[in-house]
Design a protein. Structure first.
Length: 91
């Protein structure tokens, strides 16, 4: 599952170079509390993020799911060298 978002849908923390948002504000349903209701395919493996104006499409790949179901994506390409990441909170 690959999903596309716009950077305007996220907040950005310049100190840690992280885009972040709640899953519900992005229209994602993430049953990720390590229970029997979690099903394969509900977690995007890659996301595309349209950044800036006119907009450059950047790819982020799933890196980690924590015990609370929050998911972390790391940038591919040039943004990876800068340590840019995306975190989506399971709410």
């Amino acid at each position: 599952m690959i999903t596309e978002f716009k950077s305007e849908q996220f907040s950005y923390d310049t100190g840690i170079r992280r885009f972040f948002a709640d899953a519900s504000s992005l229209g994602l349903k993430l049953p990720l509390r390590y229970t029997s209701d979690a099903h394969p395919g509900l977690i995007p493996y890659e996301i595309y993020l349209l950044i800036g104006n006119p907009g450059k499409l950047e790819t982020f790949t799933l890196e980690f799911i924590d015990k609370d179901g929050n998911i972390l994506f790391l940038a591919n390409g040039p943004l990876n060298a800068l340590g840019v990441e995306v975190k989506i909170y399971n709410n």
